[in-house]
Design a binder for this molecule. Structure first.
Ligand SMILES: Cc1ncc(COP(=O)(O)O)c(C=O)c1O
Length: 400
C-alpha cells in the first residue's frame, strides 16, 4: 500500500482506482446469441413454440434434473414452485431473510405465510438449526436460497424436514444465483424437490427475463406446466382440435421462443461462464485473504459455488467509516459495489404485515455487507482494480 496523494480516495479528490465504471453484474452476449435470437424472430414462433422445449432439454442435460419447466421470470418460477408444493392459506413455508424480496413474496402469492429463520454468519445461508426451531404444525415447505451461488446445506435441511410434525415437507431451492454449482458432488437441480432458476441478465446465464423450475418428480412438473399456462391441462402442441380444459387457476407465465433461443445459445457457454466466475472468485479470495478492511465468505468443504457475486463483510470494528461511507467511496473509485440484501423482514411491507420480527444474524451481517463485482465478462485486472480500491479504503479508514 502506498501513502499520501497517490492513494487519496477519489471521493476526496484523488484519482479513481479505474477510469471506467465496473458494474457488479453484466451479461455476456456473443454474435452467436444475436444470430440465435434473430433466427427466432424470423421464424413462425415468437411466443412459446419449439424453442422452449428445446431449451428445457438443454437445462435437463446441464443439471441432471429429470424435468425443466421454463417460466417468464425467476419470480414466476418461484410462484409456480410455491403452488406446486401445495402451499395455500393456513400453510407456512420457512425461508431466509437474506434474499431478494421475490423469494418470500412467492409464498404470499400462493396465499401462504412466509416464516423466516435466521442464517449462519459466515456463508449467509439458511441455518438448518434455525429452521428446525421455526418448524411448527402449519409448516409445509422449506424455501432455501443459494446465496451468492453457494448451495444451501440441503442434506441437513432434508433431515430437519423429515422430523417435522406435519410430515414430510417439500424442499424448494431458490437457485437464482447457483446454476452450475455443486454440493457434495451433486449439481444444483438435484439437491431439492424443486429448484428455481432465474435467467435475468445479472445471473449466471440469461434469457433476458426468464426462469425455470427443475424437478425429478413427474407430478410436480405436470403441475408447473399447467400453472404457467392458465391452468390448462394440455400444451398447445398436444392439441388436435379447438378444445382444451382449464382445470385449475393458472397464469400466463410462459417463456417466449425469442428468450428460449437466447437461452439455448447461452447455455452452450455455461461451463465457460462458470470457469471464469470461479477463477475470478479464486483471485479475490487469494488477494483479499487477511485484508484489513474486509472479511471473506466461507465456502463449505463439499461446495463448489457458481459465484453469482463475491460478498465481503466490512470489518466495522476496525474501520472509522460505516458501510454507507465505504459504499460511496468505492463507487467514486468506479467500482460498482452493491448490497445484497436488505433483510426481507425489514422492508416496510413486511414490517407492516409481520411486525416485531428480528433475525439478529441477518441484521448484523447486513450492516457489514458489500457485494463486489463478479461476472463472466471480467478480467483479472478488473479484480485487481477492486483490490486497489479496497486497499485505499483500508488506508483511509482502518484505525490501527
Ligand atoms: C435470490 C433471488 N430469488 C429470486 C429472484 C427473482 O428472479 P427474477 O428477477 O428472474 O424474477 C432473484 C433475482 O433478482 C434473486 O436474486
Amino acid at each position: 500500500m502506498g501513502t499520501g496523494a497517490a492513494t487519496r480516495l477519489a471521493i476526496e479528490g484523488g484519482a479513481p482506482a479505474r477510469s471506467t465504471f465496473l458494474p457488479y453484474a453484466h451479461q455476456v452476449i456473443s454474435d452467436d446469441d444475436v444470430a440465435a435470437v434473430a433466427e427466432a424472430l424470423r421464424s413462425d414462433w415468437l411466443t412459446t413454440g419449439p424453442r422452449v422445449p428445446a431449451f428445457e432439454g438443454l437445462l435437463v442435460e446441464a443439471t441432471g434434473a429429470r424435468h425443466a419447466v421454463a417460466f417468464s421470470s425467476g419470480t414466476a418460477a418461484l410462484h409456480g414452485a410455491a403452488v406446486a408444493a401445495g402451499l395455500g392459506p393456513g400453510d407456512e413455508a420457512i425461508t431466509t431473510p437474506m434474499s431478494f424480496v421475490a423469494t418470500a413474496n412467492a409464498v404470499l402469492y400462493a396465499g401462504a405465510t412466509p416464516r423466516f429463520a435466521d442464517i449462519t454468519p459466515d456463508d449467509l445461508l439458511l441455518s438448518p438449526d434455525a429452521v428446525a426451531a421455526a418448524i411448527g404444525p402449519a409448516t409445509r415447505a422449506i424455501l432455501a436460497v443459494d446465496y451468492a451461488g453457494q448451495p444451501a446445506d440441503y442434506d441437513a435441511l432434508r433431515r430437519v424436514a423429515a422430523a417435522a410434525p406435519s410430515g414430510e415437507l417439500t424442499l424448494i431451492a431458490d437457485a437464482a444465483h447457483s446454476l452450475g454449482a455443486t454440493r457434495g458432488g451433486r449439481p444444483v437441480g438435484t439437491l431439492a424437490d424443486m429448484t428455481v432458476l432465474s435467467l435475468h441478465p445479472a445471473k449466471i446465464m440469461t434469457t433476458g427475463e426468464g426462469g425455470a423450475v427443475l424437478t425429478d418428480r413427474d407430478d410436480l412438473a405436470d403441475r408447473l406446466r399447467r400453472f404457467r399456462n392458465h391452468g390448462i391441462s394440455t400444451e398447445l402442441a398436444e392439441r388436435r382440435d379447438w378444445t382444451y380444459a382449464m382445470v385449475e387457476l393458472g397464469y400466463n407465465y410462459r417463456l417466449t421462443d425469442i428468450a428460449a433461443a437466447l437461452g439455448s445459445s447461452q447455455i452452450r457457454r455455461l461451463d465457460e461462464f462458470l470457469a471464469r466466475r470461479r477463477a475470478l472468485a479464486a483471485r479475490y479470495l487469494e488477494r483479499l485473504a487477511g485484508h484489513p478492511a474486509v472479511e471473506l465468505p466461507a465456502v463449505a468443504d463439499d461446495a463448489e459455488p457458481a459465484w453469482h457475486f463475491l460478498f465481503a463483510r466490512l470489518r466495522l470494528d476496525r474501520l472509522t467509516a460505516d458501510r454507507a461511507t465505504v459504499f460511496r467511496a468505492m463507487r467514486a473509485e468506479n467500482i460498482g459495489v452493491n448490497v445484497h440484501y436488505i433483510p426481507i423482514h425489514t422492508h416496510p411491507y413486511y414490517r407492516a404485515r409481520f411486525p416485531g420480527l428480528s433475525f439478529p444474524v441477518a441484521e448484523a451481517q447486513y450492516e457489514r455487507l458489500l457485494t463486489l463485482p463478479l461476472h463472466a465478462g471480467m478480467t483479472d485486472p478488473d479484480v485487481d482494480d477492486v483490490v486497489v480500491a479496497l486497499d485505499k479504503i483500508a488506508e483511509a479508514y482502518v484505525d490501527d
